[in-house]
Unconditional design. Structure first.
Length: 317
């Protein structure tokens, strides 16, 4: 009797281990990817988040998306990064608030695959997913030059410590050299890249350079601020901005903004997850994964606006 009990316990244990079906089921954990953005205070970053989440679903990975309160909160972003690194995810993507202060990534570079999303830094040569920002600046200069034959041109740029804005300015100024009749009269920095600060910059430009004929703004939020100030001042100045967001594209459609050099935030987010997954699978990846940067004008704004809204489930049926 005692032997039968022992035999029964052995059989029960074997049944529990094998699931009573003769095979052992194992649970495979999904790869965990962490993405640290600059902020979530603009349509651009919301679009990036949408792309990240959709790609995570499509590629069956877990993604943790984190960000500080605003694009200038470098200390908060570095604290987030330290916590992320300590959690030992399978890969990290970061959009630096300050491209010159990414020392914290030293803790991860030899143990965790790292990537730049949207914004890069020179300190570590990680793969980058985003727009070719120098080319954005060049396209903006060409677009303005087609409409403004001669005279003064100004720039309202975002935080110079973020490589996106610095690279756009660099591309713009280099391309503008091809048009000697155009004079770059001033560059105003909007440190927070905000709507209100850009209004202030536009007001200062109009006061100091009343003959200014064109302004390049290095984001959509800033070009909307400049547009508002021009409306208030009843001034006619050609505006070129960057990004794809519905209110800015509507401004192009209405003729208040000359053009946008588009970068699709959704595509940046999606391609980031795709690239990280491919790397973890041992596949070859490009060191720079660039998204398209079309020039959106009044002639094609409706088409791009409809596509943008459809991606977000807001388009017309």
């Amino acid at each position: 009797m005692k032997r039968n009990v022992i035999t029964g316990l052995v059989l029960l244990l074997a049944c529990l281990l094998t699931g009573c079906g003769g095979t052992t089921e194992t649970t495979v954990e999904k790869p965990t990817l962490c993405v640290v953005l600059k902020a979530m205070d603009s349509v651009h970053w919301m679009s990036v988040q949408d792309g990240l989440e959709q790609a995570a679903q499509d590629y069956d990975v877990s993604v943790n998306i984190l960000w500080p309160s605003n694009e200038n909160d470098v200390d908060a972003q570095n604290t987030i990064l330290r916590d992320v690194i300590a959690s030992k995810p399978d890969a990290i993507a970061v959009s630096p608030c300050d491209s010159e202060q990414v020392d914290v990534l030293e803790q991860a570079k030899d143990t965790i695959p790292c990537f730049y999303i949207d914004t890069r830094a020179e300190q570590f040569d990680f793969p980058y997913i985003g727009a070719d920002n120098e080319n954005i600046g060049r396209l903006a200069a060409r677009t303005l030059a087609q409409e403004v034959e001669n005279g003064q041109i100004a720039v309202i740029m975002g935080n110079n410590r973020q490589s996106t804005h610095a690279e756009r300015l660099q591309g713009f100024t280099e391309e503008l050299k091809q048009y000697p009749a155009l004079e770059l009269c001033t560059v105003r920095e909007s440190e927070t890249s905000s709507y209100l600060e850009s209004m202030k910059c536009m007001k200062e430009i109009l006061q100091a350079y009343p003959e200014v004929k064109g302004v390049f703004c290095t984001s959509a939020l800033m070009v909307l601020g400049a547009m508002e100030e021009l409306d208030k001042a009843e001034a006619v100045v050609k505006l070129v901005g960057v990004d794809m967001q519905s209110d800015a594209m509507s401004g192009v459609e209405d003729g208040k903004i000359l053009a946008l050099v588009g970068q699709n935030g959704y595509e940046i987010g999606y391609q980031t997850i795709r690239t990280m997954v491919q790397y973890l699978q041992g596949k070859d990846i490009d060191h720079n994964v660039y998204v398209e940067t079309p020039v959106i004008t009044q002639e094609n704004a409706a088409e791009y606006l409809e596509k943008y809204l459809t991606e977000r489930g807001e388009g017309n049926d």
